[in-house]
Each structure stands twice: as structure tokens, then as C-alpha cells.
Design a binder for this molecule. Structure first.
Ligand SMILES: Cc1cc2nc3c(=O)[nH]c(=O)nc-3n(C[C@H](O)[C@H](O)[C@H](O)COP(=O)(O)O)c2cc1C
Length: 229
């Protein structure tokens, strides 16, 4: 693959002139599902159907914070969604893994620009079971399994690309084609159990539609508010 030009020098446009008017749709209380998981699944299916080529509607921003309150955010892929929660997979020794070990709560953000929609999900996070992580790990392409072994501790410094590739090659030799690659115990899933959801539909003139669902332990139901845009 040819290298991408690193820094094509061009003048920046005036950012204040860059704006879209959001006109794709509306969101009204009358059409909201009482259960936010169902609301999400409906929007998610529409998003998968409407997605332009080479986009990943199942990619999301995962925001975590350490105990001092320092936030950090990165993209990860949604790998499961059910009544139990939303699942992602990563390295437990990564920056996000360390944040979640000390402060096991997170917010997830989906942005689907072609539908002018955004979804936020907040809740406590816990590692998923070893059996479920094993199952997902073994569905991944072989190279991804080897890369999970090679890239650890994820987020730590490495001297060079060559060092990373040499590590990968050693692992390829250790696990010849056809052999089972065990899931490393530092790699697996996290499940976020939603306590709060927000569905945002862009509208004209910045008069967007926003609805928040909050889980109320008593009486054990979702409370819905329309929010100021
Ligand atoms: C489209 C996209 C998908 C990604 N998916 C994952 C993923 O599913 N799991 C993961 O650990 N990192 C994924 N990454 C890499 C992360 O964004 C991040 O660089 C990495 O997990 C280290 O994050 P941390 O240092 O904050 O822990 C993805 C990045 C992009 C751009």
C-alpha cells in the first residue's frame, strides 16, 4: 500500500463557514419505543442499511476516566448487543483497561452522520465471562488473534514497527496454520449495562430532538425526558 502523504500543505477553510442543515428526520415521543434497547436496535438496523461503503456504523467512541477524573476516549467496535448490555473487546492492560479497572463506568457514543443521529449510552462496565471472550476470540481471523498476542501491553511504548512485526512473526512460528491459538488472558470483552441512553436527531436551525431514558430502580422502569437541544 503506498504511503499516504503526511502533511499536504493547504490553507484551512474558515471553519465558521462549514455547516450543514440537518433535515433527514425527526424524533417524536409518540414514536419512541418504551424500551431504549428496542429504540437502539431499530436505529442501529437503519444505520447498517443506510451506511455508505466502507463506513462502520458499529464503531463507537468509548469514554473512560481514571480515578483523578482524567478522561480519555477512543474508537472501538461494538461486538454484541442484548438485554445484558453492549459488548466490546480489547486488551485488559491497555489505557482503557486500566481506567475501567479503577473506575468501572463508561459512556459509549455512536455518531451516524448520514442519518444525522447520535446515541449516547452510560452505565457500569464489567469484564464479560472467560467463556464468552473465548468464543468471540476464536471467531476472529487468525491474524487478529495473533495481533492480540503481539500487541501487549496495548498502549505501552514500542521502539519501532520492526520490533512489533518481529514479535508477530515469532508468534506465527509458534502457532503454525491449523493450530489453535489460545486467547491470551489479558485480552477479552467488557459489557456495559445501560443505565442511561440518549437519542439525538439533528433538526433544522439547531432545533434538534433529544430524548433521554433513565433507568429507575423503583419502580423498575425507564423514565423518558425530552431534553433541550
Ligand atoms: C475504527 C476503529 C476500530 C477500533 N476497534 C477497536 C476495538 O474493537 N478494540 C480495541 O481495543 N481497539 C480498537 N481500536 C483502536 C482504539 O481506538 C485504540 O487505539 C486502542 O484500543 C488503544 O486505546 P487505549 O490506549 O485508550 O486503551 C479501533 C480503532 C478504530 C479507528
Amino acid at each position: 500500500m503506498p504511503d499516504l502523504p503526511n502533511n499536504p500543505r493547504k490553507d484551512l477553510p474558515n471553519l465558521a463557514d462549514l455547516r450543514l442543515s440537518y433535515q433527514q428526520g425527526t424524533l417524536r415521543r409518540a414514536v419512541l419505543k418504551p424500551n431504549p434497547l428496542e429504540q437502539f436496535q431499530g436505529w442501529f438496523i437503519q444505520s447498517l442499511e443506510a451506511a455508505p461503503a466502507h463506513s462502520e456504523p458499529y464503531a463507537l467512541s468509548l469514554a473512560t476516566a481514571d480515578l483523578s477524573g482524567r478522561p480519555s476516549v477512543r474508537t472501538v467496535l461494538l461486538r454484541g448487543v442484548s438485554e445484558q448490555g453492549l459488548d466490546i473487546y480489547t486488551n485488559y492492560q491497555s489505557h482503557k483497561g486500566r481506567d475501567l479497572a479503577h473506575n468501572p463506568q463508561a459512556e459509549l457514543l455512536f455518531y451516524w452522520p448520514y442519518l444525522e443521529r447520535q446515541v449516547r449510552v452510560y452505565g457500569p462496565v464489567s469484564p464479560i465471562s472467560a467463556a464468552e471472550s473465548d468464543q468471540y476470540f476464536h471467531q476472529r481471523p487468525r491474524d487478529s488473534q495473533l495481533a492480540a498476542h503481539a500487541s501487549t501491553p496495548q498502549s505501552g511504548p514500542i521502539a519501532s514497527r520492526a520490533e512489533l512485526e518481529a514479535h508477530f512473526a515469532e508468534l506465527e512460528a509458534q502457532f503454525p496454520a491449523g493450530s489453535v491459538i489460545p486467547r491470551p488472558d489479558f485480552w477479552g470483552g467488557y459489557r456495559l449495562r445501560p443505565q442511561e441512553w440518549e437519542f439525538w436527531q439533528g433538526r433544522e436551525g439547531r432545533m434538534h430532538d433529544r430524548f433521554r431514558y433513565q433507568w429507575q430502580e423503583a419502580p423498575g422502569q425507564w423514565h423518558i425526558d425530552r431534553l433541550m437541544p
